[in-house]
Design a protein around this ligand. Structure first.
Ligand SMILES: [Zn+2]
Length: 203
């Protein structure tokens, strides 16, 4: 994939002649098989869960019809399978939206805050933070996220990692922290792996 072929953090000479890690570029650690394994595992888990849940409809209705008279066992099973299919259609739509996402690159074009007022209308109950990102095809994504709001600035280049559904910043040079692209935990920039889930940090 061409989008994964960009330069990653690599030792380079600074003006003192010492090796210094330059944290510029999207990391090629994303190609580590631990990430694809994780995505496959998550996908299988949600598919399994959807099929398991769908199977509950005919089972409940089939069993229920044994104890009630006004519906035959065959009818009950038919309704059960019908409900299972309807459920699966919705489940697969959700699955495609959340699990089969594609990677893309973009740029932060702004940040927004929404102040949610309380019932009386005068006190601010909560603040919702958004980062506005334009991807390379011109689509605008409005991402609701407190940590990205603080982590990203306007003009930052970012990559959205499909399957993981998390963002990576292109230039991490001046950063003291980095977010795990699997569990979104905040890590010190010096770490190689996430302190919480042990995934490789993309730098
Ligand atoms: Zn993690």
């Amino acid at each position: 994939m061409s989008q994964n072929s960009q330069r990653v953090s690599s030792p380079s000479q600074n003006h003192n002649g010492k090796n210094q890690k330059r944290l510029v570029g999207f990391s090629d650690k994303i190609n580590d098989e631990s990430f694809s394994n994780y995505i496959t595992k998550e996908k299988n888990l949600s598919l399994g869960l959807a099929i398991f849940t769908a199977a509950i409809f005919p089972i409940i209705l089939g069993l229920g019809s044994l104890f009630i008279d006004f519906i035959s066992n065959t009818e009950a099973l038919m309704y059960g399978f019908f409900l299972a299919i309807v459920y699966l259609i919705f489940a697969f739509r959700f699955y495609n939206k959340t699990k089969n996402t594609k990677s893309w690159d973009g740029k932060v074009i702004g940040k927004e805050q929404e102040f949610k007022k309380g019932k009386k209308g005068n006190t601010v109950e909560s603040i919702e933070n958004y980062v506005i990102i334009e991807n390379d095809t011109g689509s605008i994504h409005r991402i609701k996220s407190n940590h990205l709001y603080n982590y990203l600035e306007a003009n930052d280049k970012v990559r959205f990692h499909g399957g993981l559904n998390t963002f990576e910043k292109y230039d991490k040079t001046n950063d003291k922290i980095i977010y795990c692209n699997v569990c979104e935990s905040k890590n010190d920039i010096s770490r190689e792996r996430c302190y919480y889930c042990n995934s490789l940090l993309l730098k």
